[in-house]
Write a protein that binds this ligand. Structure first.
Ligand code: NDP
Ligand code: 8X3
Length: 248
């Protein structure tokens, strides 16, 4: 029987590639995001029998509830939750950071993710489903200006592992995917500048949304007795050596 995935942040980048990949693999997908026209285009591309668009801001719990309640019968029984929607805002040092940016990251990456997960957990347990979250290497390795983004992604990485513990014995599989540089709209959103984004990725040969979607598709297709706990990916041209010293 065709299974249903719920992919947050499907209007761009990793989430968009994930919906394409899962549908190609035979899944039905609920695709979410705030940009209705992009969701409409995705439905037109892959078919209304395969993709159900839900346009809402994940930070708005009432809108989330209304969106979930609006799901047609065929898309109601979620077998796989892909916690992907998220963002970084700014790269300022903590002492100069904008508090609104910090709040946006916490509300989106942390609060909205846990709220949605809690709402979908009973059905996921009933169907012995799976949860895959997109954390980040930023949750494990520190870089200047990462501050609240890094903290929020450490939360995603760790909350996802904690879910695995709570779901012990339920048959629900839980995976934390922790990527490094993926060329998406991430840096455009973070900096507000396409030029800054192009410069960051120039010559790096970064990962693509499709690379991460391939990993998600692989994990989603594993047999039910096998759980990938966490997986960290980077482009070959990125590494994690980050120690610095300041001299007096
Ligand atoms: P994109 O900016 O390309 O995509 C982000 C997606 O999240 C969009 O679909 C966007 O939809 C959605 N989103 C953001 N805020 C909200 C909101 N308030 N309500 C609903 N949807 C929202 O970035 P990526 O694909 O790179 O990012 C996806 C995830 O991957 C994020 O969690 C990010 O932290 C993580 N990640 C990214 C890495 C990278 O290098 N790119 C590396 C490691 C992790 P819309 O704007 O339409 O609402
Ligand atoms: C995004 C990856 O290294 O730009 O999570 O913070 S990084």
């Amino acid at each position: 029987m065709m299974k249903t995935a719920f992919v947050t942040g499907a209007t761009a980048g990793i989430g968009l590639a994930t919906v394409r990949r899962l549908v190609a693999d035979g899944w039905r997908c609920v695709a979410t995001g705030r940009r209705q026209e992009r969701l409409d285009a995705l439905v037109a591309e892959l078919g209304a029998d395969k993709v159900q668009a839900l346009c809402f801001d994940v930070r708005d719990t009432a809108a989330m509830d209304a969106a979930l309640a609006s799901l047609p019968e065929a898309f109601r029984d979620i077998d796989l939750l892909v916690n992907n929607a998220g963002l970084a805002q700014g790269l300022s040092a903590a002492q100069n950071a904008n508090l609104d940016d910090w709040q946006t990251m916490i509300d989106t990456n942390v609060t909205a993710m846990v709220v949605l997960t809690r709402k979908l957990l009973p059905g996921l347990i009933e169907r012995k489903g799976a949860i895959i979250a997109i954390g980040s290497v930023a949750g494990s390795y520190i870089y200047p200006g990462g501050n609240v983004y890094a903290g929020s992604k450490a939360f995603v990485n760790h909350f996802t592992l904690a879910l695995r513990a709570d779901l012990h014995g339920t048959g629900v599989r839980v995976t934390s995917i922790e990527p490094g540089m993926v060329e998406t709209e991430f840096t455009l959103v973070r900096t507000g500048s396409q030029d800054a984004s192009d410069k960051l990725y120039a010559g790096v040969n970064p990962m693509t949304g499709e690379d991460i979607a391939d990993t998600i598709g692989w994990i989603a297709a594993l047999p039910p007795h096998l759980n990938i706990n966490r997986i960290e990916l980077m482009p070959v041209n990125q590494d994690f050596a980050g120690f610095r010293v300041a001299r007096d």
